[in-house]
Design a protein around this ligand. Structure first.
Ligand SMILES: [Zn+2]
Ligand SMILES: [Zn+2]
Length: 299
């Protein structure tokens, strides 16, 4: 296990970020990423980046070498931190804004039964009801999610990624930095959500939500309690036996995720909720405890 160095994080991070805060250095990283095996000789790297001045090129390459780029014999290779710099750029969150997309999606509004649309603004994707204004589900989505995809692919990617993020975070692993997360039920979500510009979205009508926080980075999220059912094999299997394949369903078409009347308070100290999934005549009821784990199942 690597040792943890909790020394001067801020200064170390500023130092590392300043090393890549140069257009030419970013181009070097991108050129290595695009190369076969993420590796190039000095001359190939220089011509890929297209710099005439050898001294200038040498200087910037030397600044990256060791931390973001490895110099092995006569070649330069992209190191894992270099990959992550490229990934951060490719996600598009620092320099792209794709506001204005609107895509019709399957599913109906739990409030008015109107048809739903996917919208995107300020890096938040939302499944909204244009008829009554309800946000059925909303979550940050990187501009990279729109790359090389048609409309249906974008909507599917939003569903898949949001689900993975939530399942990872509520299972103790930060989906952003891999640090430890905690997850707990919180009641009175309306008050909590009013604190934050990104969480004035959906599910605030549910009696409790799962709050998850990373202890190491800025990641946090409020997750509908029904989402934790998706990680329990008995629930997934029981739903499958009832004709619901959760892989084929978008999150906003699963009533136990987005409909407030599927979630009921079952205890306040410690906090506990029941979440009811499945068809009305064959329900599956899960009791979710204060630590956001499933305590019992009734089906
Ligand atoms: Zn509606
Ligand atoms: Zn984290």
């Amino acid at each position: 296990m690597p040792t943890r160095d909790d020394g001067d994080d801020g200064a170390d991070a500023a130092d590392a970020l300043s090393l890549v805060a140069h257009e030419l250095r970013l181009e070097i990283l991108r050129a290595l990423w695009a190369a076969e095996g993420h590796s190039l000789s000095f001359s190939d790297l220089r011509s890929a980046v297209g710099v005439r001045d050898a001294g200038q090129f040498n200087y910037h390459l030397s600044q990256l070498t060791g931390r973001f780029v490895a110099h092995v014999e006569d070649r330069y290779e992209l190191l894992y931190p270099g990959h992550r710099v490229v990934d951060a750029i490719q996600s598009g969150v620092f320099h792209r804004d794709l506001a204005g997309s609107e895509i019709d999606v399957s599913g109906t509004c739990p409030d008015c039964a109107g048809s739903l649309a996917f919208t995107y603004a300020e890096f938040i994707a939302r499944i909204e009801c244009p008829d009554c204004g309800e946000t059925v589900l909303g979550y940050p989505f990187d501009p990279g999610g729109f790359e090389a995809r048609d409309d249906a692919g974008v909507v599917r990617a939003f569903d898949r990624r949001t689900r993975r993020y939530w399942l990872s975070a509520t299972d103790g692993v930060c989906p952003v930095c891999a640090g430890p997360t905690d997850a707990r039920l919180v009641a009175d979500a309306t008050t909590l959500q009013a604190l934050d510009r990104y969480d004035k979205h959906f599910a605030s009508d549910q009696p409790a939500l799962v709050a998850t926080d990373c202890q190491h980075c800025s990641f946090y999220s409020y997750v509908p309690s029904g989402v934790v059912l998706l990680s329990h094999p008995a629930v997934v299997g029981a739903l499958y036996d009832r004709g619901v394949d959760v892989r084929e369903k978008r999150l906003w078409t699963l009533p136990f995720v987005v409909e407030a009347d599927r979630v009921a308070l079952a205890g306040s100290d410690p906090l506990e909720v029941t979440v009811t999934a499945g068809p009305d005549d064959e329900p599956i009821t899960a009791t979710v405890g204060a630590d956001a784990s499933i305590r019992s199942l009734d089906s």
